[in-house]
Design a protein around this ligand. Sequence first.
Ligand code: SAM
Length: 278
Amino acid sequence: MVSTPIGNMADISRRGIDVLGIVDAIACEDTRRTGKLLSLLGIAPPKLIRVDAHTEGDKAAVLIERLAAGDRIALVSDAGTPAVSDPGARLVSACVDAGIRVVAIPGASAALAALVSSGLPTDRFAVYGFLPRKGTDRQRALEEIASKGLTSIVYESPNRTRATLIDLVSVCGPDRHAAVARELTKLHEEVVRAPLVELVERFAGGLKGEVVIVVGPAPKPAAASDDEIEVELVNSAAAGMSRRSAVDAAVETTGATKRRVYDIALAVEFSNDDRSAP
Ligand code: SAM
């Protein structure tokens, strides 16, 4: 699994060049494009095998036969890391099932480049690839992005970017922090970081090039007050819940720490009292 540049040719790794130079065959999405990459790298092309999203399933058997016979085959996509919104995952899964060793030669990926330059939290993130174009699948994905407490990464075509930003405003609200990363590693590289509504305005005239949209996490709900937590616990007690279950439920709904909820619960009467420290 050899990552290739997403724009700047200097981003191929030395190991990537070595591997592409020694393998017996290279499986690729587009033989012309990969042929061009190899000629830029000064590598005499071994046999290129076309494996795209439509042929991946059918080609797996042939590739696995060759790999099992000892051939070394590299998989590349048109740009970036194969199997990330590109063909490859099914092939890897078939190789793993067949006991064939799969190795990643890591390198550029638009998702990670956009994430780390966005200025948004990087501790937890999800890569959505391209969102479904329409219908309930799209709405569900948008709502998931809106509600999750992690940073979301979306690939988008330039002519659909503004419409997607508008859809994101409608589910996430206008103030959610986001970034549009465009033409990463290329001459006209640009990362615009702003609340979603400002990004919609900024790209009112459309935009060109390759685009990744990064959306910040859903804001944490405002911390509940002691009184609010107590009311919740009293209601749970009245409903017959045990102290421990009521504490767990209040932690879940208020986002307060278990220690804090437990301390407040000490002042609440529970008929079902399974009192124990958290
Ligand atoms: N596998 C690739 C990777 O690891 O980055 C992604 C392939 S996906 C088919 C192509 C999408 O990646 C583009 O439509 C765009 O959203 C994003 N992309 C690729 N190159 C980019 C770049 N230089 N700048 C911004 N986005 C890019």
